[in-house]
Structures are given as structure tokens and as C-alpha cells.
Ligand binder design. Sequence first.
Ligand SMILES: CC(C)[C@H](C(=O)O)[C@@H](O)C(=O)O
Ligand code: SF4
Length: 470
Amino acid sequence: MTYPRTLFEKIWDRHVVVPETADTPAILYIDLHLIHEVTTPQAFDELRQRGLGVARPQQVLATLDHSTPTLPANPDGSHPYVTEQAARQVATLERNCHEFGIELNGWGSAHRGIVHVIGPEYGATQPGMTIVCGDSHTATHGAFGALAFGIGTTEVGHVLATQCLLQRKPKTLAIEVDGELRPGIGAKDLILHIIGRIGIGGGTGHVIEYRGKAIEALSMEERMTVCNMSIEAGARAGLIAPDATTYAWLQGRPKAPAGADWDRAVQAWHELASDPGARYDRVVHIDAGEVMPTITYGTHPGMVIPIGEAVPDARDEQERKALDYMRFQSGQSLLGEKVDVVFVGSCTNSRLSDLREAAAVLRHKPVATGVRMLVVPGSVQIKAEAEAEGLDKVFRQAGAEWREAGCSMCIGMNGDIAGPGQLVVSTSNRNFEGRQGPGVRTVLASPRIAALAAVHGCITAPDDAMEIAA
Ligand SMILES: CC(C)[C@H](C(=O)O)[C@@H](O)C(=O)O
Ligand code: SF4
């Protein structure tokens, strides 16, 4: 039977080993399993206890990112872990990868970095694949037209042992972004705007396919920023159909197919795009022209406003609490709000283009007195590329800290945190209470808005945004 299918259905159909029934989820074959130090120790212990091996070690790729300090190594070569637990997690993954024959991009590797940054960069992430990782931002890989799910530690064990995952078939949600983004408006503004529109539960139970002219016009880095935050809208995954932009970005990367294999692969990838007439369970239209520079004002990524607009009224008790925590009031503007810390990094915005965007602002002005700015490349490779074009100097000369690759201040588990009550403008994806340290108040924004906050010492709108609003 042939009928028009969506990108999601095509990947799903190709990977179903046993279809789902009313009582049992489907068994889905997994092409690539990415692992990091936080969500794997128990999974490997379980394997050992049950005398199981890793089914396809060559389809597992490991990195160190969450617990790794971003300060340079000590003179004796050891790393300045912030807690014993962090050191233990890293040592455990090193041991487990060694024991089970898994490639670890650990300390000293040119391919180490945030798991969702290195998969694509290494060419391991490819269109049409099923990809899992014990990490909620796995949807990032959907930017390549891969079906990428975040999974729990128990499932990490299942996939290690069987290379398969039990999964209920999700529904599909098409987000059609029509028209063109205004000049100066980026992928981060777009995804924050989308989450603001559909809400943090708007994608629940669905795989989102981002479509439309404005999506096709995005670079791969920007597509990753968009797909990365799919989970913040509650979605199981986010997808964008692969196209010429995707192929150009992937070609020549270490793990990408080469020679005749490359040509065959591209031909197959070309078939993946949703067929004309394919049906989605839901469709949402977004007008790209309406997207303004967007920031969060609350404690979840759905509480967003265009940067120049006033904080809206709290709609419920939870939002009232969020405003209290953030020390913001309905009706106030966030422009001019004093900023203590600025963080540029995370799997949302730590790629070379993000660093360039921030550096472009800092080239003209130093970081304001009293503001601490941390710039953390997503991978060792990005760090090297940024240094090759002198971005590290721009940041350092402006007074920012230039760090080693890792998750850093996106999540307060590696030593990079802010102080209680401090206001952080962060390019990461989560602004939950205490996420960046106890009592820390987080405003999510694009690299450009973050850098502007750093140089002005307060939340500042770009000139062009004010012109648009006028
Ligand atoms: C530590 C990990 C389990 C967690 C996740 O799943 O997302 C982290 O990456 C995060 O961003 O909160
Ligand atoms: S950068 Fe942040 S969101 Fe991304 S994987 Fe690391 S902790 Fe999670």
C-alpha cells in the first residue's frame, strides 16, 4: 500500500522491527546511540549484573560534557572537578567504554564536546537515522532529518543490550513557518516565539516537523537551535527534512559516507522529505515576519516576550510564583534590567556561528563593569575553529572568560554557576528555578541579545528591534 507519508512516518516505518499493538509498544531499531557520563552508569551496571554485552558497540558513541570542568587542566594533567561525584561519573564512563569496546571522545580527543554538538560535527548524525541518547535535548539531531529521541537510563540499558527501543508511535505536528524572518532575527528568537505560541505542553505526544520557507532558509546551525528546543514544547522529537543545505554541511565529515557511498546516501536521503499530501495530526502556522527578538521572563521557556514588550499578567498560580522568583512584575519592561552574568554556550547556541554572533557585538564594546561573561564553545573543534579566527581574543579583550568545551553554565553541575539572586542572560534552553545555581534567575535569549546585555550591563534591545517596533 502506498500513500503519501510524512518524513517521520518514513523513518519510523523503516525502523520498526515489531509493530505496536494495543498492549505493547513498537520495537524500533536504533542506528546511533549517543552516551554521556550522567545517564549511563546504572545502565552499564545493569548489563554487568545480568551478564549482558553491548549489542552493537560500533553504533554507540560516547563523550564527556555535563560534569566536565571548563577550566583548563591542572599542571599535573588532572581536571579540576567541582565534586567527587563529577569525577566519578567521568571515570566510570571511561571504564565502561573501555570494557565494552565503545568509542569515547574523552579528555584529549579532538571530537569531545556537548553530545548534541559532536554527533553532527563528527558526521555521525545523518538523515533518516534513528538516534537516541539518555538526554532530553536529543531532538537537536532532528535538524538533519533524523528521528532522535531522548530516553531514560533504563532505556539506555535496553538500547545498549539490544540496539532496539520500545516506543509508542507518536503523533505528528507540522509547524509551518511561512514567510521570511526579519533581518537580525535568528533561530533562537524563532524557537522561543514558537514555544511561546504553542506552550510548553504544545508538542506533548507529538513529533514536530518544522517546515516552510523560513525553515528552509535556515543554516544547519540554526536548524539545530530550533530542533534542540522541541522538548521545551513537550515534543518527543523535532525534525527538518534534509536538503542541499544538509548535504553540503555533512559532506567530508569524518563519519559521513564517502565516495560512491556518499552518492547513494544522498539519493536515499532525498526520498525522505514528506510527500505532497501527507497528513499530520496537527498543523500550526507561524508567520516568520512576526518574530521579534524574543526573551523569557519566567521560569519555563514558554514564558516569553518580544524584548521591548512589557511582562504580561500571570495567568495562574505557577506564573505568579515564577514572577516572584524572577523578581519581575507584570506590566514592567525588562529593558534596562541590571544583569550580573552572561552565558554564551550550551547545545542550543555554542556553535561557531553563535560565537561569531556574540563576538560581533563585543568587537565594538567591552563587557560592562560588574558583569561576568562566560563564553563556552560546544566542542573542542569549535574552540579550535574559533581560536583560528581570533574570536577568543575578541572575547578575552572584551573582558569575557573563554573556556574549555562542555555544558558549563547551562546546568549547574560542573562548577560553572551564578550566585543566589543573580540575573543571568543565557543562550541555553532552560530557565528553571535553580538551573544555573540555587536562587539564580535565568533569562533565555539569542547570542546577540546575550552579548548586548553583557556590554550594556542590562537587558538591551538591538537598535533594529526598536526600529521594527516603532
Ligand atoms: C543530565 C541530563 C539527563 C539532562 C537532560 O536530559 O536534559 C541535561 O542534559 C539537561 O539539559 O537537563
Ligand atoms: S548543554 Fe545543557 S541542555 Fe545541552 S545537554 Fe548539556 S546540560 Fe543538557
